[in-house]
Ligand binder design. Structure first.
Ligand SMILES: CC(C)(COP(=O)(O)OP(=O)(O)OC[C@H]1O[C@@H](n2cnc3c(N)ncnc32)[C@H](O)[C@@H]1OP(=O)(O)O)[C@@H](O)C(=O)NCCC(=O)NCCS
Length: 131
């Protein structure tokens, strides 16, 4: 286990409890629910940089490392790794916090690519970074 599995990397962007309705037949939380919240967090962070609308163009990597349990709080951390002409590459980490110990465990990680879009859904160049 390296340092990236013991301490979240990036900005805490989304926190949400995992509810029984989000569970699969095994009694754990659906992977799609976790990915949806990672995508949401990527969208929030990218829209801040784009100062406008964004869309997900690619999920380059995605690794489910541990299951999420009902009642855990999902905490999604975002890091803006690379900014291109229209695209932003973000490292996204999902961690869970247990109700009892508040201990955080990394459950999923991935690389998401978001593109700045205009009101018609067409790609657009990113504005300069805010100072
Ligand atoms: C987002 C969208 C407007 C981009 O238009 P496009 O003409 O396909 O864009 P391009 O192929 O020119 O790529 C735009 C940028 O994304 C990057 N990109 C494209 N495909 C990529 C991929 N598979 N992985 C990483 N980056 C990618 C390009 O390198 C480019 O980056 P840059 O401008 O910083 O150099 C269009 O693809 C779209 O509408 N996609 C659907 C978005 C959506 O509905 N998302 C939700 C899915 S559930």
């Amino acid at each position: 286990m390296d340092r990236t599995d013991t301490m979240p990397q990036g900005e805490l962007t989304v926190r949400i409890p995992a509810m029984p309705g989000d569970a699969n037949a095994n009694g754990d939380i659906f992977g799609g629910w976790v990915v949806a919240h990672m995508d949401m967090a990527a969208g929030i962070r990218a829209a801040e940089r784009a100062r406008g609308r964004v869309a997900t163009i690619a999920i380059q990597t995605l690794t489910f490392k541990k299951p999420v349990k009902i009642g855990d709080t999902l905490c999604v951390y975002t890091s803006l790794e690379k900014v291109g002409n229209t695209s932003m590459t973000l490292s996204i980490e999902a961690w869970t916090q247990s109700r009892t110990s508040r201990k955080e465990t990394k459950v999923t990680e991935g690389i998401f690519v978001m593109v700045a879009i205009d009101d018609d859904g067409r790609k657009m160049s990113l504005p300069p970074a805010a100072v």
